[in-house]
Design a protein around this ligand. Structure first.
Ligand SMILES: [Zn+2]
Length: 279
């Protein structure tokens, strides 16, 4: 009796395993698809980037918008502190419509190659020309962290490819804004990039030696942002696109002062990140 149970469970495991793989092999009448004999070594996962968003809506409206309209995301993390679940709105192997016109590290149209997580949060209000962002709930962030950690591990997403929606669309998008806990995600969950302080200190003097408004220095800075991943033209001017990228970068990596102006700390953090992640 014991043995027959063992065989039954083994049979079930085999059945489930074959169902899982068969999903990707088409059944075509009169044609055999042999997916066993030759498997190419030249292949990798389609998912390369993880994008974080906030919804700018309350929980019920967020569900409505992300399921019934032309925008969507793979996951929605609510702000109900008692809730222990997240919603999957789009399967990971399908495209969700969350990124829009976007660029990161040479890739465009990032809906094709990313997973999007939407986090319920009201975004920001503008007061006296300043943006005041709404904080994220602690329980909500724990759910985001666990989910992100699993995605990063399963798809082997490198640290610099865990990004804000703002990072891939500077100027057009701000989310998830300067209160998003990128540093904790990196340090506690091994999700995303963060700099090392000794390296930042190493680069600070370089900033003070530079000729701030020279074409040469501005072009170097623009090139450094591009090296890290941002879409930016090398114009040699402190123009709008450059300010947008600096502000976006500060939202992510220098959250205590976000003004779109390249100061010593912002500069040194950018250098430290490029040095650490070798891009
Ligand atoms: Zn977004």
């Amino acid at each position: 009796m014991k043995n027959s149970w063992k065989y039954l469970s083994l049979l079930l495991i085999i059945l489930f395993a074959s169902c899982a793989t068969r999903e990707y092999i088409p059944r075509i009448d009169g044609l055999k698809i042999d997916a066993k004999t030759h498997e190419a070594i030249g292949q990798d996962k389609r998912i390369k980037i993880l994008v974080m968003h906030y919804t700018v809506a309350d929980y019920p409206s967020s569900i409505q918008i992300l399921t019934k309209k032309q925008v969507s995301a793979h996951y929605l993390v609510g702000d109900d502190a008692l809730e222990n679940k997240v919603y999957q709105l789009v399967r990971e192997d399908k495209r969700a419509w969350h990124a829009g016109v976007s660029y990161w590290q040479g890739r465009t149209n990032l809906n094709d190659s990313s997973i999007g997580i939407e986090i319920v949060n009201k975004g920001f209000i503008e007061k006296d020309g300043e943006r005041i962002f709404f904080p994220f709930d602690g329980n909500q962030m724990q759910k985001v962290a666990k989910l992100a950690q699993s995605i990063v591990e399963r798809y082997k997403i490198p640290p610099t490819a865990v990004v804000a929606h703002a990072d891939i669309a500077p100027g057009r998008k701000q989310d998830p804004g300067p209160l998003f806990p990128w540093e904790i995600l990196h340090k506690k969950y091994n999700v995303g990039a963060w700099y090392d302080i000794p390296t930042v200190l190493e680069f600070l003097p370089e900033f003070y030696k530079a000729d701030y408004d020279s074409v040469e220095f501005i072009e170097k800075v623009q090139n450094d942002f591009h090296r890290y991943g941002y879409k930016i033209e090398q114009t040699g001017e402190w123009d709008e696109q450059t300010k947008d990228v600096i502000l976006t970068f500060q939202y992510h990596f220098r959250q205590k002062k976000c003004d779109g102006i390249l100061d010593a700390e912002t500069y040194a953090i950018l250098q430290a990140l490029n040095k650490k992640y070798n891009r």
